[in-house]
Structure formats: structure tokens, C-alpha cells
Design a protein. Structure first.
Length: 331
């Protein structure tokens, strides 16, 4: 291949008009086509050239190939720019504001939970957390709940293994045991979280709901401290509301009571409470001769029904954003 031929090919490459995609295809086949492409053939001829000249010859063909490739990429980049221009010339307006992403809102139950924490922190309570997977001792035995108690029934409790020692906590009262066995009084504790049990008869959702558990241990804690604390909670949550204490029974408190709130001309039961049973204190190594304490447990969904005047607790878990975003944390 002499100089003339090289110039001819170079010119051919340069002057080939690529206006549209089909031209590009023709150009590619013309120069790089597998069988008859000009560059391909030149490469094939390389074998015939004496070793002597091969190096130089190879260099020239590589340069030609580079020129072909440059022309191809040049066309492609121009084509991309044109495409973008087309977009810009169309109705598309890049300055038009994008679609906004909907921001969620605080769940109504979380609003109430945060509010309760705030209320109790003001009177010296500490907020603690605990496991949802419990063992028999923390959930039942240490709380004086006898083997025959209905809550230990397979139908009521979600046991997680055959030994019946691993279960989903049925109430937050297990936190009393967890905290008291590891700490020395005095203390005031609040814990809020999910509990799991069969609740088809009540207005709770049927297997899980949220509870707040509070307890206070000190020397000379009496039932009047409990009453005053509950009054403080209810008035902080509802404003001035009428409540009453009704005698009741819980295995871990003595005496025990249930609290009802007067609302829409009826009494609604909202929580259980009482003085912590001396046996429970003994179980966690606290001397009942020196210390006494009160405890209470309240269902958050139940409170939410009253606060928001709702009828069906399941709406809280339907996850319908139209429902959920009506609630504002006005506390
Ligand atoms: N653990 C009880 C329940 O889930 C509620 C309860 C009642 C908690 C009395 C207490 C209490 O701390 O003193 O039904």
C-alpha cells in the first residue's frame, strides 16, 4: 500500500456523509464489515507483507481504524445532543416543578405514646424499654400468675417453642420484673410497647396492641400516691375528666383496682392498677418490709379510641394514609 492509497482511504473516511443512523450502518460495514470491510481486508493482508514492513504497515492500518472509530463516536455524540435538543424543543419544561413526594405523618398511636412519655418524665419517671420475646418467669411466674391462670392458656398466649418457656409477652408488666431485679429502689419507671395475646372479645385488634406500664417503688409509697398519679395522667391527657377506681383483682397487685373514665354518658374501663404484691417484691429481691410500690398498665389503643372518638381500633392498622394523616401532634 503506497502513500497515495492511504490518502485515498483517509479521504474516503473523511468525506463519507453520515446524516442518519442508516448511513452510520453503511459506514461501519464499508470499513469494518467482517468480510469485505476496507480496514478488515487491510488487516487480512497483513500476513502477506514481509516481516520487515509489517510493523510500519500495521501502524498505518491501526491509524486508519482509529479514524473510522472516531468518526463513529463523533456521530453518536452529535446524535445524543440532537436528541436532547429535541426534548428541549418539545413541550417538556425542565423548569417545571417535579412531582412532590408525600411526606408521612406521625401515627396517632405514636402521638399518644410520645405524649404519655412526656407527661411522666415531668414527674420524675424514667422511660425504659424491654424485650417483646419473654420467658415464663418474667411474664408469669415472678408476677405471681399461677399455672392455672387463663392467660397461660395456649389459646391466649403465643408460645414460641414447645417447652412453653419462650413466648411473646402478653403484657408490659414483665418490665416490672426485668427492672426491679436489676435496680435498687427508689425508682419511677415507665415502659411502653407492643404486647401480644388473643383479644377477640375486646375492642383491641385481635392479637397485638400497645401498653404503657408504670411503677414506682420507694419507702412509704401508698395507694394515695397511685391515685394521684393516675389523676395527673388522666387530666393531662383529657383535660378535666371524671374517673373512678373500682376494686379488682390482678395476681401481681394487692389491693388491685380498675380505672374507669366517664365519657359520653358512660363509664369506660381504661386501665388496671394496684399496690405491688409483697410476693412480687420478694421475687426480685426487694424487701417488702422496707419498700412498697404501685403499678399500673394502660392500653394505648383504648386511650386513642377515647381521645379521637373512634369506634374501631383496626383502623389504626389499616395503613390508609388518608386516615392517618388527619392526626396532628397538637400536644
Ligand atoms: N398487666 C395487666 C394486663 O395486661 C394490666 C395491669 C394491671 C398492669 C394492673 C399493672 C397493674 O401494672 O398493676 O391486663
Amino acid at each position: 500500500m503506497d502513500q497515495k492509497e492511504i490518502i485515498k482511504i483517509k479521504k474516503y473516511i473523511k468525506c463519507f456523509h453520515i446524516k442518519k443512523n442508516e448511513d452510520l450502518e453503511t459506514f461501519k460495514i464499508k470499513f469494518l464489515g467482517k468480510k469485505k470491510g476496507i480496514i478488515t481486508v487491510l488487516f487480512k493482508n497483513l500476513k502477506k507483507i514481509s516481516i520487515h514492513e509489517r510493523k510500519n504497515y500495521g501502524k498505518i492500518i491501526n491509524e486508519l481504524k482509529k479514524e473510522v472509530q472516531n468518526k463513529i463516536s463523533h456521530y453518536k455524540s452529535i446524535n445524543d445532543i440532537n436528541k436532547n435538543k429535541k426534548v428541549l424543543n418539545s413541550d417538556y419544561d425542565p423548569t417545571f416543578p417535579g412531582k412532590s413526594i408525600e411526606i408521612g405523618s406521625i401515627h396517632p398511636l405514636s402521638i399518644i405514646i410520645n405524649r404519655i412519655i412526656e407527661i411522666f418524665i415531668r414527674i420524675g419517671f424514667i422511660h425504659v424499654d424491654g424485650p417483646e420475646i419473654e420467658d415464663d418467669w418474667h411474664n408469669f411466674t415472678a408476677l405471681n400468675i399461677p399455672v392455672s391462670h387463663p392467660s397461660r392458656d395456649m389459646q391466649d398466649t403465643f408460645f414460641l417453642c414447645k417447652s412453653l418457656d419462650v413466648l411473646l409477652r402478653t403484657h408490659t408488666s414483665s418490665i416490672q420484673i426485668r427492672y426491679m431485679k436489676n435496680h435498687c429502689p427508689p425508682f419511677r419507671i415507665l415502659s411502653i410497647g407492643k404486647v401480644y395475646r388473643n383479644e377477640t372479645i375486646s375492642s383491641h385488634s385481635n392479637f397485638m396492641f400497645h401498653q404503657a406500664e408504670g411503677f414506682s417503688i420507694d419507702r412509704k409509697i401508698s395507694f394515695s400516691d397511685l391515685k394521684q398519679t393516675i389523676h395527673y395522667l388522666i387530666t393531662s391527657l383529657f383535660g378535666k375528666e371524671k374517673i373512678r377506681f373500682r376494686p379488682s383483682y390482678f395476681p401481681f397487685t394487692e389491693p388491685s383496682a380498675e380505672v374507669d373514665i366517664h365519657c359520653n354518658n358512660e363509664w369506660l374501663e381504661i386501665m388496671g392498677c394496684g399496690m405491688i404484691d409483697p410476693e412480687v417484691l420478694k421475687n426480685v429481691g426487694i424487701d417488702p418490709e422496707i419498700y412498697s410500690g404501685f403499678a399500673f398498665g394502660v392500653g394505648i389503643e383504648r386511650l386513642a379510641l377515647i381521645i379521637y372518638q373512634m369506634k374501631d381500633i383496626r383502623t389504626y392498622f389499616d395503613n390508609d394514609i388518608r386516615f392517618l394523616k388527619q392526626f396532628k401532634s397538637e400536644f
